[in-house]
Design a protein around this ligand. Structure first.
Ligand code: DGT
Length: 229
């Protein structure tokens, strides 16, 4: 009887607790994901989850983000492990708001960055397989909510210029070729469906400059704010 009561309580808990409409904002480095999230800060019912770059920059005083770029052979695996953990924490974070907007996801780490690192030999096959085991385990044991993916689509030329202009110190060694390869991986995943897509993809033209992009943002509002409006 005790077990029955418990089962009924758990069932009603999961029925009452509705997961928020969850949107992943994806796109190459410098595609404007942060600006896109900022646009939605005007809506009170939206929970904004920015990327955990600051945590990567300061793990008890250690800048893993910098180490990953400076000495990838030594630090890429550690960095990718930490990305997985910080992303998972964001994925499972509970909010009372009906909409949750996330900058990137575990999926772009897996299908874009980790694939790139394997192809360039930075991650050895054994390391790659350990990461895949983690992703598969997480996938099987956690409900990673995703209802829509917004793809801020850019050309590598445009984001290369933006990245140089932004001048993040850790990214000073990032080459045009790296952004081009990451672009192809995003395209393969989000446009050509080479990897698993957890939801439909809304493609926005993120090559536009700040003046022009406003209209693209507004175009996405009705899809993103679906549970509110
Ligand atoms: P935005 O607002 O579109 O300009 O976005 P960014 O460039 O601030 O954010 P993002 O996620 O494209 O990249 C931030 C930095 O973190 C960039 O140097 C790439 C790096 N990064 C993000 N996720 C991963 C990952 O899973 N693995 C590796 N190696 N680097 C990553």
């Amino acid at each position: 009887k005790l077990i029955n009561n418990f089962t009924i309580r758990m069932a009603s808990f999961s029925v009452n607790k509705k997961a928020p409409f969850t949107v992943f904002v994806e796109g190459n480095i410098g595609s404007g994901k942060t600006t896109f999230l900022n646009h939605f800060s005007q809506f009170q019912n939206v929970c904004l989850m920015t990327e955990p770059v600051e945590q990567w920059r300061n793990l008890n005083g250690v800048n893993l983000f910098d180490l990953m770029y400076k000495n990838p052979d030594r630090w890429a695996m550690t960095f990718q492990n930490y990305v997985t953990l910080t992303m998972l924490k964001n994925h499972i974070k509970i909010t009372d708001k009906p909409v949750k907007l996330m900058e990137r996801s575990m999926y772009s780490a897996r299908y874009c960055f980790v694939e790139k690192m394997l192809a360039s030999g930075i991650l050895q096959e054994g390391m790659y397989h350990v990461l895949q085991e983690w992703y598969n385990f997480i996938h099987e044991h956690h409900q990673i909510q995703c209802d829509l993916i917004v793809y801020l689509r850019t050309s590598p030329e445009v984001v290369y210029e933006r990245m140089k202009k932004r001048g993040r110190i850790e990214e000073s060694g990032v080459s045009f070729q790296y952004l081009k390869d990451l672009h192809e991986l995003h395209e393969n995943w989000l446009i050509h469906g080479k990897f698993y897509r957890p939801a439909q993809v809304l493609v926005l033209d993120a090559n536009l400059d700040l003046d022009g992009i406003g209209a693209e943002y507004v175009r996405s509002e009705s899809s993103i704010l679906r549970p509110i409006v």
